[in-house]
Design a protein around this ligand. Structure first.
Ligand SMILES: [Zn+2]
Length: 313
């Protein structure tokens, strides 16, 4: 998909990265960022005597037509100085490229007909505007708004770092929350599946529980939730297998109580075939959970520290 970024909006003066394109295109600041499809932004600045609300109504009218014409347009938004359109990729790259070009040109045609200029995405200022990469996404901002955005993100980071969580209560919350995900794990296992999604449910439950009782999920909170998730996956898998053995025994009318199965568990585990299956299920569970959890946990850790990035492109 990354190759698409080299082939869209080729008649503009654009700066390209594998995930974004930004630049002056036909007289307007345009950015495209790959994020759940493609997010297209066109900055506009209305003439002084123009009424913003009636402009927005006309803009939504044009975008509704676009949504009918282009099935892949999934969301549209008009805010004070920027028009935003989210597009889903078409099955063929060349169709995606043609669609992004066509939607951009259509909207620029509309802005030209409205006599709109271009400027800063936040305040509309037409001078001293530069492109910035903020948390990986391109934005055209004037230097005042860029400074303010930076200060605001720094203030948020400081306030996040200053709120310390209550660790003992947080751990209790995380344990309770993770149990809900563990129940899901056991339920899915009884259906004959091992699902990474249940690992996410355990982690998210732990995070939610930690935030409720521990007041705030800081970095140590995220670490606690990751550790609890790893332990809880083991326990959920263990319980799920014992339950499966119990249910299988019951089906064959062997009259073994769950308690009896637990007592004789070491005897089950001494069977090498059974032990092999047990270890295989546990490994598959951990691998699937690791795959699905990696991005989520990484993002949670970054959010907890309030980390941000902003640089001139
Ligand atoms: Zn500005």
């Amino acid at each position: 998909m990354a190759g698409i970024m080299d082939k869209i909006l080729t008649d503009g003066n654009m700066t390209r990265t594998p995930y974004s394109v930004c630049g002056m295109y036909k007289g307007y600041y345009v950015t495209v960022h790959m994020n759940q499809g493609f997010l297209l932004r066109i900055n506009y600045k209305l003439a002084e005597n123009m009424d913003l609300n009636s402009f927005k109504n006309r803009a939504y009218g044009v975008m509704n037509q676009l949504r009918v014409a282009e099935k892949k347009v999934s969301a549209t938004n008009v805010v004070d100085h920027v028009i935003e359109v989210r597009l889903m990729p078409a099955s063929l790259a060349k169709n995606t490229i043609a669609m992004i070009d066509s939607v951009t040109n259509h909207l620029i045609g509309f802005l030209q007909a409205e006599g709109a200029n271009t400027g800063c995405q936040l305040c509309g200022a037409e001078y001293d505007v530069n492109s910035y990469e903020v948390n990986g996404a391109p934005h055209f901002l004037c230097s005042t708004c860029a400074r303010q955005s930076m200060n605001q993100m720094e203030a948020e980071r400081q306030s996040k770092l200053s709120v310390k969580s209550n660790l003992p209560l947080g751990i209790i919350g995380a344990l309770i929350g993770s149990l809900l995900g563990a129940v899901l794990w056991v339920a899915i296992y009884q259906g004959g599946y091992i699902a990474g999604i249940a690992g996410i449910a355990i982690f998210m439950g732990a995070m939610k529980g930690y935030s409720i009782l521990g007041k705030n999920v800081d970095r140590k909170g995220v670490v606690v939730c990751i550790i609890i998730t790893i332990i809880m996956i083991f326990l959920a898998n263990e319980f799920a297998i014992r339950l499966a053995v119990y249910l299988a025994a019951k089906e064959q009318h062997l009259h073994m109580s769950f308690e009896e199965i637990n007592r004789k568990w070491s005897r089950f585990m001494s069977d090498s075939e059974f032990k092999g299956a047990y270890i295989k299920d546990l490994c598959v569970g951990y691998i699937l959970a690791a795959i699905t959890l990696f991005g989520t946990a990484k993002q949670a850790f970054r959010n907890a520290g309030g980390s941000y990035s902003m640089k001139r492109m």
